[in-house]
Design a protein around this ligand. Structure first.
Ligand SMILES: Cc1cc2nc3c(=O)[nH]c(=O)nc-3n(C[C@H](O)[C@H](O)[C@H](O)COP(=O)(O)OP(=O)(O)OC[C@H]3O[C@@H](n4cnc5c(N)ncnc54)[C@H](O)[C@@H]3O)c2cc1C
Length: 461
């Protein structure tokens, strides 16, 4: 009789793969499954990468977790990390760099549409004609086009200024994407829902319950987000973790699958949590169709540069956490976080830590620039925004080649086709599919673990 213990391989140990392992251990009993977490790199965490240097907590990849998406907070609680949570100071504010200067982030908005018209009219981010156009939004007819680009959607409903000065930097910045190449349905479907349900984003905004602000919707951890990776790992008691696994391909055999890497591993189920282009390579022989579809998902290369300054070497707008750059400005940085203001404790007393983002759709070549060129660009642009500043006492650059998956129009159809092309026992999750943010990745990991646990339960009956 066949052994009842299932063998499950998870490929890729970014936050998605780690979450799969965490929840498999939670949902399956020790005798139910043997779990393998196989990572080609020599460290865990993927894009999550914190470096602590001379008291500076430097994030190479993500630096914050969005609170209002389910998934992350539950995991943080399960891992007893609540005491390590750091939130931006109450009243801290971000800016948008537009028409050559920093402008306050507009207040009185619900999503993309204004609902406190006094505050909206006072904002200096938009021109008179831009505001007028945004106020006409309730009169714009509903166009149920199915999927469309974020750019088309915002221009159609709120006008081009709302896109270039507000929605563009705010929403497409998250994906380092061109809003004219981003699927609204795959990235911000609730705006389409609002249009469909209320006929207008403004009407939806006016009907939404007014909640008392509880401060910034973001959090981090006192020693950076790598703490999350470490806590998940320490809490894995029966997952066999293999680093430098050198996984090259997957083959079918009579009993299930063979994962070919530094060692040969025979398993029943495989969860692929690697970037889609790596997953495409692994599935080349097993499912050429899935591999072809995966190759259609494009990625953009970006980088972050973190710079440490003495407090008297840089002058930051008081209480500010950073700025985004409106479209069409003469800057190469796309956003900047004043990390030491945003995250208390992430720089030693008397110093500032500043992190700039470079690289986006249309400006990817910057990742191939030399370090000193990147530093020069960041400093030159920062000077245009906040005025004179000294050279940093040190800086660190993190390049993310093909780091940001792009959800283009038709992304959801692509996922449908991908699902149909996968052989039984092969599961695909991660930032390239159903959400790029850390909570989305955790949720995808949890969901696939649940599917596997249910499948196992059913197989026993
Ligand atoms: C600069 C930057 C800033 C960001 N900021 C934020 C933020 O503030 N908040 C937020 O929520 N999100 C942010 N994101 C997005 C978020 O960090 C990522 O989407 C998320 O961490 C991706 O997790 P993942 O596990 O899906 O993929 P990854 O982290 O890419 O992990 C995939 C893993 O698979 C491994 N792998 C690849 N091929 C193989 C193979 N053949 N065999 C075995 N292993 C393999 C890789 O080495 C890697 O470790 C940011 C991303 C970047 C790049």
């Amino acid at each position: 009789m066949r052994d009842k213990t299932k063998k499950i391989a998870i490929i890729g140990a970014g936050i998605t793969g780690l979450s799969v392992a965490h929840y498999l251990e939670k949902f399956l009993k020790p005798d139910d499954a043997e779990i393998f977490l196989l990572e080609n790199d020599s460290r865990l965490g993927g894009k999550i990468l914190t470096v602590i240097e001379d008291g500076f907590v430097i994030e190479g990849g993500p630096d914050s977790i969005y609170l209002f998406k389910p998934g992350a907070m539950e995991l943080i609680k399960e891992l007893h990390l609540e005491e390590s949570i750091v939130r931006p100071p109450v009243g801290a504010r971000a800016f948008i760099f537009s028409r050559g200067k920093l402008r306050n982030f507009p207040e009185g908005f619900y999503g993309l549409a204004p609902r406190d018209f006094i505050k909206f009219l006072k904002s200096d981010l938009f021109s008179f004609s831009g505001k007028f156009r945004m106020l006409l939004e309730p009169l714009i007819p509903v166009k149920d086009t199915g999927d469309e680009t974020l750019g088309d959607f915002v221009r159609r409903r709120l006008g081009k200024e709302a896109l270039s000065r507000y929605a563009g930097p705010l929403l497409s910045g998250i994906y380092a994407a061109d809003p004219d190449d981003m699927s609204i349905l795959a990235t911000f479907p609730y705006y389409k829902d609002m249009e469909r349900k209320y006929g207008s984003l403004t009407k939806a905004a006016l009907r939404a319950p007014v909640k008392k602000s509880t401060g910034s919707p973001f959090l981090t951890l006192d020693k950076g987000l790598s703490m999350l990776v470490e806590a998940i790992t320490q809490n894995l008691h029966r997952t066999q973790i293999v680093l430098d696994a050198d996984i090259r391909s997957i083959e079918k055999d009579r009993m299930g699958y063979i994962v070919l890497g530094r060692e040969k591993l025979q398993v029943d189920e495989i969860v692929l949590a690697s970037p889609s282009f790596d997953t495409a390579k692994l599935l080349k022989n097993l499912s050429p169709e899935a591999s072809r579809i995966l190759k259609e998902i494009r990625y953009v290369s970006t980088l972050t540069i973190s710079m440490a300054f003495r407090e008297d070497g840089i002058s930051l707008p008081p209480g500010s956490t950073g700025f985004m750059v409106a479209r069409g400005e003469n800057l190469r940085i796309s956003a900047c976080t004043f990390s030491s203001n945003k995250w208390p404790g992430h720089a030693p007393e008397g110093f500032h830590l500043i992190r700039c983002f470079l690289g986006r759709a249309g400006f990817e070549k910057v990742v191939d620039y030399e370090n000193d060129e990147i530093l020069e660009i960041a400093l030159e642009d920062l000077r245009k925004v906040i005025g004179e500043l000294s050279n940093p006492i040190f800086y660190r650059i993190f390049r993310w080649r093909k780091g940001m998956p792009q959800y283009r129009v038709g992304h959801l159809n692509l996922l449908g086709n991908l699902g149909e092309s996968l052989p039984d026992g092969i599961h695909i999750v991660g930032a390239a599919y159903r959400g790029i943010g850390i909570p989305d990745c955790i949720n995808q990991g949890r969901n696939v673990a649940k599917v596997l646990a249910e499948k196992y339960e059913n197989s026993k009956n």
